[in-house]
Design a protein around this ligand. Structure first.
Ligand code: TTP
Length: 229
């Protein structure tokens, strides 16, 4: 691998599957990686103004806001990526970047699902794809040499229970089990049935509680350690 190239490791999975928890645990275990958290809080409060809540608007009127939500998710993620990629490279580092979801997942999961179920119309999807293709090439170019995906596969019913427990205001009464099943099916299609170039995929079952169950955690990390070797 060239000195300015990275491998991207992204944690993928349904809403409420436990990606943030896994990212936090991985941050503790592998402090030598670069990390990119997901900028959800930026979607809830544009310009620091809680009355400009894009995530809330999206769930209140998904057809009106789905395209805008995806454009802004793309923009905010790209901004973080640029920052991380512009940090000087330490000659000792492992050239691995760990991220909660990825720009590709935002498109493959949320934009494609929104397009399939009519929340994003044909014109909006064509525009989204145009700047997606161009900007990804501009920002990543040859910097990401390889991609590794950790797919946290969780039953949509379990995701629903975890979501109720964390009770994010915007999602509480708006995300149905049907929507979680759609998002789950889209993950399965994208990660298990479509072909991927230059990408390895680890499927981890996350149905069992793993935040507090150390035995379960240890089992998951055996898989992750092997995958990252
Ligand atoms: P997730 O990326 O699933 O994050 P999470 O915090 O729910 O994940 P976990 O519980 O596994 O830690 O989504 C955050 C919210 O943003 C969720 O309501 C779905 C929404 N969203 C979109 O609508 N479009 C997008 O492109 C993304 C990335 C998220």
């Amino acid at each position: 691998m060239k000195s300015n190239q990275y491998t991207l490791i992204s944690i993928e999975g349904n809403i409420g599957s436990g990606k943030s928890t896994l990212l936090k645990l991985m941050q503790q275990k592998y402090p030598d990686l670069r990390f990119i958290p997901e900028p959800v809080n930026e979607w809830q409060c544009i310009n620091g103004d809680p009355s400009l809540n894009l995530l809330g608007s999206f769930y209140e009127d998904s057809t009106r806001w789905a395209y805008t939500m995806q454009v802004y998710a793309f923009y905010s993620r790209l901004k973080h990526w640029k920052e991380v990629l512009s940090d000087p490279i330490n000659p000792e580092e492992r050239h691995l970047i760990l991220s909660e979801r990825s720009i590709e997942a935002d498109k493959e999961i949320f934009a494609v699902n929104g397009h399939k179920n009519g929340l994003i119309n044909k014109l909006e999807f064509a525009l989204y794809e145009k700047f997606y293709d161009w900007l990804c090439e501009e920002v990543f170019g040859k910097k990401i040499q390889k991609q590794m995906i950790i797919y946290l596969q969780v039953d949509p019913e379990v995701c629903h229970q975890r979501m109720q427990k964390r009770a994010r205001d915007e999602e509480k009464n708006t995300i149905s089990k049907e929507y979680l099943t759609q998002i789950h099916n889209r993950h399965e299609e994208w990660l298990l049935r479509e072909t991927h170039k230059n990408t390895s995929i680890l499927v981890l079952n996350g149905d069992q509680e793993f935040e507090t169950d150390l035995k379960q955690q240890q089992q998951m990390f055996e898989g992750i350690d092997n995958f990252l070797k």
